[in-house]
Design a protein around this ligand. Structure first.
Ligand SMILES: O=C(O)CCC(=O)C(=O)O
Length: 307
């Protein structure tokens, strides 16, 4: 359950922190499984359907940015998502009918694990309404040092900023954008078992993990079941890649050109196309799409400091 204050705070600010959201046995199960997946990644030398590898990954030292789609990798991830415990926090925000859009377990590796550049999830998967959010379950303590999620309150009520660079979708805003105000950012730290919820249009990002432990946050992207995905980001539903969808749109043109804007009532939408060369995870989208980093300088300064 959520209190009336929590609900109005979410509506006003676009995010919410819930302490001890997971039951102890749920947390322990997911922690064990996550460690097993990280162990299994020792056998992998290239990113694949399950693992998104970070720079420097090796059998001796696993370095992952992400375990992809955990809800289909092991039933426990689905069971937690659908548990009465979790849904009791979500129903007050978007009603009783909730659908999962996707899931990911971002396991930012120790000692510099990749930043996530500032973005709005909505830019990746626009829907017919914006009653969608991302649930972030902390599987280990999240501290200032290990690349916590940062959010800019109330931006979910503002415009959807451009996530394009050089005419390509790059999954990140330009940090030089005049409305981007880092001074307003709130850092979401917490203990294992705590959970954040952020609105699909809220601006958020996270710095590299400069600690000596992995930063593990399990994200479920969900929303009201009456929010229908707008075609063009149909990969999660059709199995088609963004590249194939983009090609198909062109194939079907009778005359003229395919615009990247879409006309809709009430919700601002910019379609996440043309896709970048590698769309296999947000890390790869931002890197291959040429996103301008808000964190590069910070990471460089930190890595230049003597150990
Ligand atoms: O892992 C993080 O810190 C942020 C993840 C995120 O925003 C995303 O994957 O869309």
């Amino acid at each position: 359950m959520l209190s009336a204050d929590q609900i109005s705070s979410y509506r006003e600010n676009g995010y919410l922190m819930i302490r001890d959201a997971l039951l102890p046995d749920q947390l322990a199960t997911l922690q064990d499984l996550t460690n097993e997946f990280i162990e299994a990644s020792r056998a992998v030398s290239e990113s694949n359907d399950i693992f998104d590898l970070d720079d420097g990954h090796s059998a001796a030292q696993p370095r992952l940015t992400r375990i992809k789609l955990p809800h289909i990798r092991h039933p426990a991830f689905w069971e937690v998502a659908t548990s009465d415990r979790l849904t009791s926090f979500l129903k007050p925000l978007v009603g009783d009918n909730i659908r999962l859009h996707t899931s990911k377990l971002n396991t930012k590796a120790p000692g510099g694990g990749a930043a996530v550049e500032w973005h709005q999830d909505w830019a990746f998967f626009p829907h017919t309404n914006d009653d969608l959010f991302s649930v972030g379950i902390m599987l280990e303590d999240v501290t200032l040092a290990n690349g916590p999620l940062m959010v800019i309150p109330e931006t979910h009520k503002g415009p959807v900023l451009s996530h394009h660079q050089g005419g390509v979708f790059c999954g990140a805003i330009d940090p030089a954008h005049p409305t981007f105000d880092l001074d307003r950012a709130v850092t979401l730290t917490g203990q294992a078992g705590d959970m954040s919820i952020h609105h699909v249009r809220l601006l958020h990002g996270s710095a590299p993990n400069m600690s000596d432990g992995a930063r593990k946050i399990l994200f479920y992207e969900m929303g009201a079941a009456d929010a229908w995905p707008i075609n063009g980001n149909s990969g999660a539903y059709t199995g088609m890649s963004q590249r194939d969808v983009w090609a198909k749109l062109h194939e079907n043109m009778i005359c003229g050109t395919q615009p990247i804007s879409a006309r809709l009532a009430d919700v601002p939408v910019i379609m996440p196309v043309p896709p970048p060369p590698d769309g296999s995870s947000i890390f790869k989208v931002q890197r291959s799409g040429g996103a301008v980093s808000a964190f590069a300088t910070q990471a460089e300064i930190r890595s230049e400091q003597p150990a």
